[in-house]
Design a protein around this ligand. Structure first.
Ligand code: PEP
Ligand code: MG
Length: 348
């Protein structure tokens, strides 16, 4: 179609911005990072000009193995990913399984009535301390050689709901480090973060904040839990709207809380690659975005056309709206003026 042709032309143009840093129209530097599912995706992250990997979903490593991948296998995988990622910058997320994804060797025999409210993610990891510790060991060891300007390996934990869970995570990481040191294994400096994807954690973020080094907003899950609507169920997922007033309020509050506490904050859900949401997040003070590699060039282009004051002004207006439709209409009208390509960027 015509739209596709125009899009591919634009995509070619966009690929040329690969080596330029991401900045807003008024020169504010941004970090556009890539979400990856395996080492293969690091090639796309490099090709698309991401400045690092903001989310490595490790579950695919587990899903593609017939048995639990052992520490050495994981170590090899994480080393390869670190080596091949832009700037050797990677945020590794521990196993996020259960819910809709299961692995046979973890004994997921019984069907849960509400898998997304059930035994998934960090909840499952806590019940498999050996498996969990193995993963933490492999990450700490893989980070041992990572030194130098801008290089960084971070470890983050999905679906944190309470302060107690985060304390438990920290204790496990501390013990694991001690163990490795006793064994004489070299380990790296690894910041510890939480994924913010449960509304309860958003409400009490000021308490949890003290014991995390960074926050990454998992907006896909945060939205479905906030709206009590399964993101994969076509009967109800129309409720999962990133541009809805309740979602925007929660995101605004989370980003402000992080910035006030001077904790690095990233957003790694799909909305990071959606133009209207991207601009509103900029207005909220977000400076790090992690998305599918394919979206990086487009968001880099869009950012170069929007200044921070313009984004802040749009956000202020949008926060007065009471419905998603009003937010969408307003953002479409305004972005058309400053970023003529934006609808094309939004369309494919
Ligand atoms: C999210 O929930 O927004 C997220 C990035 O994690 P996943 O999509 O893997 O659940
Ligand atoms: Mg998630």
């Amino acid at each position: 179609s015509k739209l596709e042709r125009e899009f591919f032309e634009l995509q070619d143009q966009l690929a040329e911005n690969r080596d330029q840093p991401a900045t807003t129209a008024d020169g504010q530097p941004l970090q556009l990072l890539a979400n990856i599912n395996s080492w293969v995706d690091t090639k796309a992250a490099v090709a698309m000009g991401a400045c690092g990997v903001g989310l490595y979903r490790t579950e695919f490593l587990y899903l593609t193995h017939a048995d639990v991948p052992d520490e050495e296998e994981q170590l090899d995988d994480y080393r390869r990913i670190i080596e091949q990622s832009p700037n050797h910058r990677v945020t590794i997320r521990t196993l996020d399984i259960g819910g809709d994804k299961t692995v046979p060797y973890l004994g997921h025999a019984h069907q849960e009535a509400n898998p997304f409210l059930g035994w998934r993610s960090i909840r499952l990891s806590f019940e498999h301390p050996d498996l969990f510790t193995t993963q933490i060991r492999a990450v700490l060891r893989a980070a041992a050689d990572v030194k130098g300007q801008g290089r960084e390996v971070r470890l983050m934990f999905p679906m944190i709901t309470t302060l107690e869970e985060m304390r438990r995570v920290r204790t496990m990481v501390r013990r694991t480090k001690q163990q490795l040191q006793q064994e004489g294994q070299p380990i790296g400096e690894v910041p510890i973060g939480m994924m913010l994807e449960v509304p309860a954690a958003a409400v009490s973020l000021d308490c949890i904040m003290d014991i995390v080094d960074f926050v990454s907003i998992g907006s896909n899950d945060l939205i479905q839990y906030l709206m009590a609507a399964d993101r994969d169920n076509p009967k109800v997922n129309h409720l999962c709207q990133p541009l809805s007033p309740p979602v925007l309020r929660v995101l605004h509050s989370v980003i402000r809380t992080c910035n006030q506490a001077q904790k690095p904050v990233t957003l790694c859900g799909e909305m990071a690659g959606q133009p209207r949401a991207f601009v509103l997040l900029l207005g909220m003070g977000l400076r790090q975005f992690s998305m599918s590699p394919a979206f990086v060039p487009r968001m880099k282009k869009l950012a170069s056309e929007v200044s921070i004051p313009a984004a802040e002004e749009m956000l202020q207006r949008v926060l007065e709206f009471k419905t998603t439709a009003e937010v969408k209409r307003f953002m479409t009208r305004n972005l058309r003026k400053i970023a003529p390509d934006f609808e094309l960027l939004d369309s494919v």
